[in-house]
Ligand binder design. Structure first.
Ligand SMILES: Cc1cc2nc3c(=O)[nH]c(=O)nc-3n(C[C@H](O)[C@H](O)[C@H](O)COP(=O)(O)OP(=O)(O)OC[C@H]3O[C@@H](n4cnc5c(N)ncnc54)[C@H](O)[C@@H]3O)c2cc1C
Length: 314
């Protein structure tokens, strides 16, 4: 190992512990498309203090860093990613009950590394309603706040009251709902690059049986309509104004269309799936082909919801 890498490894291990640093970690293990080359460094960060130290180190060493959640809205290139990929673990995976935040009352508060499904279940078991929609979304709280994740008429925006973030200047701030600027698959953190640490939600009370009945109906609907048996990142594209991406793709005759091992799902054309040993390049090229075809046929620009990490050939 070259000297710079050796020193980076040592410094990361000093901050995080040997068992939390994974050099050349295959990213296919960490994204739901199950493709992607190695991250130069993949690390588990358990505390805010460690997170700050890792970022200071990255800046000092001029290494890029990137926080991921469950990788369920990401495509990582086959050649991998330079720098440090951070997964928030430890204290970021905890859920705490009632807290007072800003001027509002929050009755459930979750670290950025908590899985949405677990949070939604936990809220439901306490008789809190408002996160039923999140039960089938395979992401973390951090990823869901960044994306303002939503389904079946619900979205993060509806119940979040605030979020703690770590700014690019290393400052911890508690942003109120308005400051999060949440709209359809958009948040202020997409522009600011702030790291989401924790989110505060205000949920109302509802009989548990009703909450779980709603979750069950969403689960059934997903199972029926979505190709959950294949690796994917859910809906590949954002919903274009006045249209549905899946319908446009279907009407363009692309259902079942393949590039290598990547395929437009025949169950739901809005999903690009890893049908058979796809590479990230297969998926990327298929996405570009879909965009081009839909543009030519219907003059509609499809904007990917999936985010890209690493280098992709045009
Ligand atoms: C089968 C399937 C079904 C899906 N259904 C839905 C659905 O119904 N509705 C929906 O909205 N989405 C859906 N998705 C997409 C995805 O699950 C959501 O967008 C989810 O919120 C992403 O969370 P994540 O933790 O996986 O984020 P990742 O994919 O890991 O990251 C997504 C983005 O968030 C950023 N990020 C992650 N954590 C943080 C943090 N702590 N601070 C700052 N930035 C962060 C990453 O840098 C990246 O830019 C689905 C995906 C799959 C595979």
């Amino acid at each position: 190992m070259e000297a710079k890498k050796e020193s980076m490894l040592q410094r990361l291990q000093e901050i995080l512990g040997e068992d939390h640093v994974f050099p050349e970690e295959p990213m296919c293990r960490h994204i739901t498309f199950r493709v992607g080359g190695p991250a130069e460094w993949f690390v588990h960060v358990d505390t805010i203090e460690q997170l700050k130290q890792v970022i200071v180190l990255c800046k000092e060493q001029q290494e890029p860093y990137y926080v991921i959640g469950n990788g369920s809205d990401l495509l990582v290139s086959d050649t991998g990613v330079r720098g440090v990929i951070i997964r928030l673990t430890g204290e970021f995976e905890t859920v705490t009950p009632k807290e007072s935040v800003n001027d509002g009352i929050c009755n459930i508060c979750a670290g950025a590394g908590v899985m949405l499904a677990a949070l939604s279940l936990r809220a439901g078991k306490k008789g809190f309603t408002g996160l039923e929609f999140a039960n089938g979304i395979p992401g973390t709280v951090g990823g869901a706040v960044l994306m303002n994740a939503g389904a079946y008429g619900g979205e993060i925006k509806d119940t979040i009251v605030a979020a703690d973030v770590l700014t690019k200047d290393g400052e911890i701030r508690c942003l109120k709902r308005e400051e999060l600027d949440l709209s359809y698959r958009h948040s202020a953190m997409m522009e600011s690059g702030d790291i989401i640490l924790k989110a505060y939600f205000t949920l109302s009370v509802r009989p548990k049986l009703q909450i779980f009945a709603v979750m069950e109906s969403y689960r059934k609907a997903r199972q029926e309509k979505q190709p959950l048996e294949y690796p994917s990142a859910g809906s590949t594209f954002k919903r274009p104004q006045g249209h549905f991406a899946g319908k446009l793709i279907q009407d363009a005759g692309l259902s079942g269309f393949r590039v290598g091992g990547a395929m437009v799902s025949t169950k739901h054309a809005g999903f690009v799936i890893n049908a058979e040993h796809a590479t990230a390049a297969d998926i990327y090229q298929l996405i570009q082909h879909i965009r081009q075809t839909v543009k030519e046929k219907f003059q509609v620009e499809l904007e990917p919801e999936v985010r890209f990490l690493g280098a992709f050939d045009e």
